[in-house]
Design a binder for this molecule. Sequence first.
Ligand SMILES: Cc1cc2nc3c(=O)[nH]c(=O)nc-3n(C[C@H](O)[C@H](O)[C@H](O)COP(=O)(O)OP(=O)(O)OC[C@H]3O[C@@H](n4cnc5c(N)ncnc54)[C@H](O)[C@@H]3O)c2cc1C
Length: 454
Amino acid sequence: MNIAPVYDPLRNHGPGCGLGHSPTYWAATAGQTPEDDGPLAGDAEVDIAIIGGGYTGLSCAYHLAHDHGIKATVLEANRAGWGCSGRNGGSVRPSIGKLPYQRIIRKWGLEMAHRIYGEAEKALATTRHLIAESPVDCKLVDGGVLKVAHRPSRLRGLESEARFLKDTFGFEAELLDAGAVKASYMDGPEIHGGIRYPDGFGVHPLRLAHGMLALSRDAGATVHTASPVTGWEKADGRHLLTTPGGRLRAHAVALATNGYTPERLHPGISKRLLPVLSHIVVTRPLTDEEVAACDYKTPIPVIDTRNINQYYRLLPDNRLLFGSRGAPNDSATSRTRQRTFLRGRLGNKFPPLRDIPIDFDWNGFVCLSLDWIPHIHQVEDDPTVHYALAYGGGGLAFSLHAGRRLAARLAGDPGDEPAIPTTTTPLPRFPFAAFRRIGQRAAIAYLQLLDNVG
Ligand SMILES: Cc1cc2nc3c(=O)[nH]c(=O)nc-3n(C[C@H](O)[C@H](O)[C@H](O)COP(=O)(O)OP(=O)(O)OC[C@H]3O[C@@H](n4cnc5c(N)ncnc54)[C@H](O)[C@@H]3O)c2cc1C
């Protein structure tokens, strides 16, 4: 049962102080946490403070130290990887937000689509590089990521996607008919062919966050955990960040709080983010008979063709991880409802597992912007406050890369940063921001309707 405290970034002051990890499968299997610098105690002064100790914040700290010789200080409310970074599905692909490339081309043209695609590929390269450098083995599972048609009619969409990727970007996705998916991957009533993206892979997300913690500290950064920023003032050109244990004065601040950003943390980003819950369940280990009954033969991450994706992967100890959207709001009741909902969906996909016990379930906040793309920018009226936020549901690789971009901006040396809307435009404000959740509910209902027809 998910016993993590309930948090609503749009209403509460902050995500807590020094909380333990959510009760995830990843936390249960992460092994030893590398050392951090403990809570901030007393007053200190630094050039650059980073708020948030997930992939974005830790990657920013690592790249500042490693590439630019700047030893920054990270302030993390709970512990390294406590947010999305330690509790995601661990499926890695190059993606920049949620906007499909066809819409990108309509909006900004083909040349811009190529630039954006190039940046997404660089994000994957950054991720692979960091994994190779990391002293913590994040249990990489190579072999691609599979997207499965959940209805026979959806295979046509996958065929045109594969054609589009080849013709536009020269990317070779492997198209698989229903027989090929059944022969090599899995079988079930929602398996009707698919495509495999050979560049994708799986990771243990919390071990990856632990690796980033070790890398950033080895490079010279300081990482204070149990240090939520509860107050933020500016005086004499310096930022003064208050935490329960002390105050940090800084010339510049990087915001790396993504879906956990408290609405009132800084006026420059309030009303510009929509935190959206995603929920995961993990079964008890499957028996050999259950694995055989589903013809399940692969450890690679899988997603389906729903607009509101369902994603799954077989873990090393034969448990099945299964995730999808979460409830609109976090509460004890909504968590129970969501767990039951996901268990039902898992049973629809794999009927032999209909009654299988769930050993772990948890949720986490992904983050959307109004225009569905992440933004690496600075707040309007203060060039010393930078942010990298709003990756949508697939931000693992891009958040690590955005940390690198953020570091380069803070160091005043943007290097090979491309001019794309993610880097050239600030986070847009939500119109009628007070009603963001109502809009979200309506969008989910509409997308679900589309998923159940055609
Ligand atoms: C259930 C789930 C499944 C997902 N699955 C995938 C997947 O399979 N593949 C993929 O690519 N992406 C996935 N994602 C998204 C991915 O995990 C995120 O895009 C990525 O981890 C974002 O990293 P981040 O460092 O920006 O934010 P986070 O990891 O969320 O870190 C933000 C940190 O900020 C801290 N914080 C907030 N406020 C304060 C404050 N006032 N003071 C100090 N610290 C503060 C929080 O404690 C938190 O640790 C998933 C997300 C979820 C929730």
